[in-house]
Ligand binder design. Structure first.
Ligand code: APR
Length: 315
């Protein structure tokens, strides 16, 4: 376990929950929390560190007082960002979060130049693309966490509907982490039984709708966005990378010809391993799915275009 060091940038709800999940499972040897608000990072690191006093794995949890403490991480998870406020336009939010990512990425390149970056900040696919542009690193080391969460949400809805199969439901989704996400019930299954044999088309429509609005549904009740499921999804991906376990997980990655697209980050199934993205799986899409995938890519491209028009990539 020595040398398995995970940095988490942004010690808010999602970052801290990911840290807690990693710590109680003993996935890594060391976790370093960094936040622009140092007190938040210190307080959360103390609390999480003390929560594992009875854990046999003894993960060390510390706070970075300075970005230089993020030295030599194997994986850096980025959850830094600001939520949208009512007076902000989409362009305002994009520019603010892209600037945060730029700032954060500069530190990662300086202090953990060999790390794999797991991006969680929203709007996810666009922020992952920004990281790709800022670092210039090989695309296998830049991964966006979205499908792992959306897939878990879809599985939850399926299990709620049928009343069984929790823990043995496999789902697949492609596309953006937003309104154009494309859940694929055709290749999802409960205990290996294809969904089409368990759920009616009508019920499936409802499940897809609730999956797509999964984040918003939680915000409506909680007043803030979700963090338990995102935190656990992050820890699952981190474990897969550190263990080189080669699991397939829908993730946002930079395409270079796959699915007919280049220079865009979008959700597709990938194999996760010790170098990050071990392989991108190209699903065969029929004409209707190709059309949906295009709409999804176009919506991400729109966001990238806003950044370009505002001169973000020039400075
Ligand atoms: N460097 C480091 N940390 C920063 C920076 C920065 N430049 N800017 C903001 N932060 C920190 C904030 O201080 C805050 O503690 O990022 C943290 C974000 O935490 P929360 O506001 O609690 O947001 P959270 O719910 O954790 O979501 C974080 O993950 O799922 C996505 O949409 C979500 O983009 C959001 C991100």
């Amino acid at each position: 376990m020595v040398g398995r060091k995970v940095g988490i940038i942004g010690a808010g709800f999602v970052g801290a929950t990911a840290a807690y999940s990693l710590a109680i499972q003993g996935t890594c040897h060391q976790i370093i929390l960094y936040d622009i608000n140092t007190d938040i990072a210190i307080g959360k690191a103390l609390d999480i560190g003390q929560s594992i006093s009875y854990s046999p794995k003894g993960t060390i949890v510390t706070a970075a007082k300075d970005a230089s403490d993020l030295k030599d991480c194997d994986i850096v998870v980025i959850t830094a960002g600001v939520p949208r406020k009512s007076e902000m336009t989409r362009a305002d939010l994009l520019m603010i979060n892209a600037k945060i990512i730029k700032d954060v990425v500069g530190n990662i390149m300086k202090y953990s130049p060999n790390a794999i970056i797991l991006c969680v900040s929203n709007p996810l696919d666009i922020m992952n693309y920004v990281i790709h542009k800022m670092t210039g690193w090989e695309r296998s080391r830049i991964i966006g966490m979205a499908g792992a969460l959306d897939g878990a949400r879809m599985a939850y809805q399926i299990n709620q509907k049928v009343g069984y199969g929790s823990g043995q439901t496999s789902t697949m989704l492609i596309g953006d982490h937003g309104q154009y996400m494309i859940p694929l019930p055709e290749i999802s299954a409960v205990g290996g039984v294809p969904l089409g044999q368990l759920i009616s088309k009508e019920d499936m429509e409802g499940i897809i709708e609730r999956t797509r609005n999964g984040g918003a549904e939680i915000v409506k009740h909680l007043g803030t966005s979700a963090y338990y499921a995102p935190g656990y999804a992050i820890s699952t991906m981190v474990a897969a990378i550190l263990d080189d376990s080669r699991i397939i997980m829908p993730s946002s990655v930079i395409l270079d010809g796959e699915y007919g697209y280049r220079d865009i980050s979008v959700g597709v199934p990938v194999v996760l391993g010790v170098r990050g993205v071990h392989k991108i799986i190209e699903l065969e899409l029929d004409a209707e799915l190709k059309e949906k995938f295009k709409a999804s890519v176009d919506s991400i491209q729109e966001g990238i275009d806003i950044l370009t028009e505002n001169g973000f990539f020039e400075s």
